[in-house]
Design a protein around this ligand. Structure first.
Ligand SMILES: CC(C)(COP(=O)(O)OP(=O)(O)OC[C@H]1O[C@@H](n2cnc3c(N)ncnc32)[C@H](O)[C@@H]1OP(=O)(O)O)[C@@H](O)C(=O)NCCC(=O)NCCS
Length: 318
């Protein structure tokens, strides 16, 4: 494009334009305007919010979100999201797309270069693709978006691993009542978390899985019915599983984790199935188990298969 129109910062008021662009461009994904709005604008942990600011310890410090939009008289030509954590020297390129009639004219390159420049200005030393903490559309790039892959490689991104999403069939989940009884006899209580469990959760995540998962569990707790289940021994958490912290329309499971001393007790399986049963009750026929992880564990306990494979891409910024 000889003189591409300037970029401007997009706001939630631009959602109709952005939805038209992204729903046309992301042809391997199905999502509503509400889900797109969550990904682009509903920063769940804004960098400067008092709860997550400089002294935050409970949920970790947050991220800065930005969406840049290029438009003409017919709508959005292209858009790119960039998210940064200045305090950690990290940034992420989120969703990006160019309208199909404007491709191969340098728009994609200029969008990504501008995103990278913002990341550098925020002090980023690395920039990853997708996988935005606590609010990710996808854990990394589905390589079937091949034009995007080619563009990113051209811009110096390198592949540094892969990950996958499973899809679980919720039609015939096993009953877990007897297992819960057996665990109770062994002194392990299985129950849904409540708002009174904050201190238990703080202690558990401080010891085992850290602020990132503590924060995802907080998001799961904000559902009308808390989407978090716990295993407890002597009033201390030893395992958890969560769902619906984001991407609710996809039937989104996770995260889950068991403290090392409780592994092998069977509570992980029960907690997994409790979450999937919640999703089934909410009307989902299938659930996404994202960004796994121990495929063998899920494969043993529920009917599931690898549904998507993602390539992780990172560029080191100098
Ligand atoms: C990926 C995408 C943004 C590229 O936008 P674009 O404006 O066409 O990209 P550019 O014109 O700036 O291309 C820059 C370079 O990228 C590479 N590239 C872009 N499209 C390519 C394609 N279809 N095949 C191979 N290489 C390609 C080329 O090296 C190209 O340079 P060249 O034209 O000099 O050969 C666009 O194809 C798109 O919107 N795809 C769907 C959305 C998507 O995949 N998003 C990523 C997931 S969030």
């Amino acid at each position: 494009m000889s003189n591409p129109p300037p970029l401007r910062d997009a706001t939630p008021a631009d959602l109709p334009l952005l939805y038209e662009l992204f729903s046309d461009s992301l042809r391997f994904d199905l999502f509503s305007p509400a889900l797109l709005e969550e990904k682009l604008f509903a920063n769940p942990r804004p960098l400067d919010a008092p709860e997550t600011g400089v002294n935050a310890t409970r949920f970790g410090r947050g991220e800065r979100y930005r969406v840049a939009l290029m438009e003409d008289g017919r709508g959005a030509i292209g858009a790119v999201q960039v998210v940064s954590r200045p305090w950690e020297g990290r940034a992420w390129i989120g969703l990006f797309a160019v309208r199909s009639d404007a491709r191969r004219r340098g728009v994609g390159r200029s969008l990504l270069e501008s995103a990278i420049a913002h990341a550098v200005a925020d002090g980023a030393r690395t920039i990853d693709l997708l996988g935005i903490p606590g609010n990710y559309f996808a854990p990394a790039l589905d390589p079937r978006y091949t034009a995007a892959l080619c563009l990113l490689e051209r811009l110096g991104f390198e592949r540094n691993g892969d990950c996958s999403n499973l899809v679980a069939d919720l039609a015939q989940l096993p009953a877990v009542g007897k297992d819960e009884q057996r665990l109770a006899e062994a002194g392990i209580e299985i129950r849904r978390a409540t708002r009174n469990d904050d201190a238990i959760l703080d202690a558990f995540f401080a010891e085992h899985f850290g602020a990132e998962w503590r924060f995802e569990c907080e998001l799961a707790m904000r559902n009308p019915v808390p989407a978090l289940h716990l295993a407890l021994r002597d009033r201390r958490a030893i395992a958890f599983s969560a769902h619906s912290s984001q991407n609710r329309e996809w039937g989104f499971f996770g995260p889950m984790g068991t403290a090392p001393e409780a592994r092998g007790s069977g509570c992980g399986r029960v907690l997994l199935i409790r979450c999937l049963a919640d999703l089934e009750r909410e009307g989902h026929a299938t659930a996404i188990i994202p960004w796994v992880g121990p495929i063998g564990f899920y494969g043993r306990h529920v009917t599931c298969r690898v549904e998507r494979v993602y390539w992780r891409l990172r560029r080191t910024l100098t």
